[in-house]
Design a protein. Structure first.
Length: 488
């Protein structure tokens, strides 16, 4: 054994520091930490370039009910059954009804509340018929987990993985020596750390990180929303947006998409994509999707309209003659800084409380405006302003609205908002609303808080909206559309 001495320790430290320095220099030479890959070679003619074909698509070349069940080869069907549910065949969207599920942002609060509501919808047979899930920030975690896992989607696994302290993991990982050096001397940043945390706990399988190529081949399609830092506009992780970048979506890690949607400015560094549509070094920088639409509902509306427009372009029948159902799971809370017993607060605490108040008020206003947009979007031209205001009030106060779009198709909107739990005034739930209202918007959550969110979801679905959900379940599970022909 080598004798213990100060000189030996110093020598080992120098060697260790040299290794870390070399790693940091190597990372620094790599430039911007982009993980997306090109889809086509830059020297390939435009007309010969391929397009992305993952299960994250806004516009489809073929309307959903025109897709034949024989689109799956026997080998693909067998692989799907082994990966997902061995006793079920793939269910394609052939019922003529657009069912969209929007999951709002809100850190671990929204992740757990959304998952709890999804289990309630699954119990009613609604989740199984959802065609699209559009998610933002914390809502992306249960959305992407459901779309990448089969039998692992169950309360035990979901409750375990979604109560991980992701924020604490990022802080701890920051001070790991090699991470600290990389963060200091390269473009490796907190966004990469958050993505790594998500991937370790949620999006790993077969010895690697899961990508958009691993999305389940049946319904629903997954749409993750972020915000383009340069333009301030919504960026949807979809075939269409990655086609514009000439980037391969099938190889893009889902954990990075979730991190991009959760990258609150200042707190989490933006996530960067390389634009491979040009040989010049151009990049797209993405931050929290809640800046544009914290509910994710606008993406669903645009997707529904894109599908209708796709059918019109191809002179085909309407893909959704039975209309649309939009279910919005909204985890926002009424901000409460809990300062009534404090005579004064320090500078850091004041900044934190002020930032929390500002972000909460802005998101609440944006969410209210977004819900109003749905009504304006789907109202006929002859509707008066007074009628529009009445419909907006009905949706905000009652949480359920039925109307018709300009083509005459029925559109139904259900708003499952966490704040509605406060409407329960009978015992023992009279003070329960304030309990869930105090759950903070962080990526840490206690098991007790998560339990309260699951109870809140159950109360919403069984006490406040049982009739509306039963009505939607009956409509969604009815299938009056004729089965498509299996002949070529």
């Amino acid at each position: 054994m080598q004798p213990f001495s100060i000189s030996t320790i110093l020598t080992q430290l120098r060697q260790h520091e040299l290794k870390i320095a070399l790693i940091a220099i190597a990372l620094g030479l790599c430039g911007c930490t982009t993980v997306n890959q090109p889809l086509n070679s830059a020297n390939l003619a435009m007309e010969n370039r391929s397009l992305n074909e993952t299960r994250a698509a806004v516009d489809a070349e073929v309307p959903p009910q025109q897709v034949r069940t024989t689109a799956f080869t026997p080998r693909q069907r067998t692989q799907w059954q082994e990966t997902w549910f061995a006793d079920e065949a793939p269910q394609l969207d052939q019922d003529g009804l657009f069912v969209g599920l929007a999951l709002s942002g809100g850190g671990s609060r929204s992740a757990n509340f959304a998952a709890a509501c999804m289990f309630q919808l699954q119990r009613l047979g609604i989740l199984q018929k959802v065609d699209y899930i559009s998610a933002v920030s914390g809502g992306t975690l249960p959305a992407a987990y459901y779309c990448t896992h089969g039998k692992e989607w169950n309360p035990q696994n979901v409750q375990r993985v979604l109560t991980k302290d992701f924020a604490t993991e990022v802080i701890v990982d920051t001070f790991v020596p090699w991470n600290l050096m990389a963060l200091t001397f390269s473009d490796y940043d907190r966004g990469d750390l958050l993505a790594s945390s998500f991937q370790r706990s949620l999006f790993s399988g077969k010895g690697r990180g899961l990508t958009f190529g691993d999305l389940r081949p049946d319904r629903p399609r997954l749409l993750i929303n972020a915000t383009n830092l340069q333009t301030g506009k919504r960026f949807v992780f979809s075939n269409e947006t990655f086609d514009q970048l000439n980037s391969d979506l099938s190889n893009y890690p889902i954990a990075y998409a979730c991190a991009a949607s959760s990258a609150v400015p200042v707190l989490i560094h933006h996530v960067t994509l390389r634009d491979y549509s040009t040989i010049y070094k151009q990049f797209v920088h993405l931050v929290d999707g809640g800046i544009d639409d914290n509910l994710g509902i606008r993406t669903l509306i645009e997707t529904y309209e894109a599908q209708q427009e796709s059918a019109r372009r191809q002179n085909l029948p309407q893909p959704y003659p039975r209309g649309a159902v939009f279910i919005v799971i909204d985890a926002k809370t009424n901000y409460d800084a809990d300062l009534s017993d404090k005579g004064d607060i320090g500078l850091i605490d004041a900044i934190a409380r002020g930032a929390g108040l500002a972000s909460t008020v802005l998101l609440e206003r944006a969410s209210t405006a977004t819900m109003a947009d749905i009504i304006v979007q789907y109202s006929p031209n002859n509707v008066t302003a007074d009628e529009l205001r009445q419909q907006i009030d009905l949706l905000e106060n009652k949480g359920f609205l039925q109307l018709h779009d300009r083509a005459g198709n029925q559109v139904q909107v259900l708003h499952l908002a966490l704040t509605r739990v406060s409407q329960l005034t009978d015992q023992p739930f009279a003070s329960f609303g304030s309990a869930v209202n105090n759950i903070q918007t962080y990526y840490n959550i206690t098991q007790t808080a998560a339990y309260h969110l699951y109870l809140a979801a159950e109360l919403l679905c069984t006490r406040l909206f049982p009739d509306e959900l039963d009505q939607l379940a009956g409509q969604i599970n009815a299938n009056p559309m004729p089965a498509p022909s299996s002949s070529p």
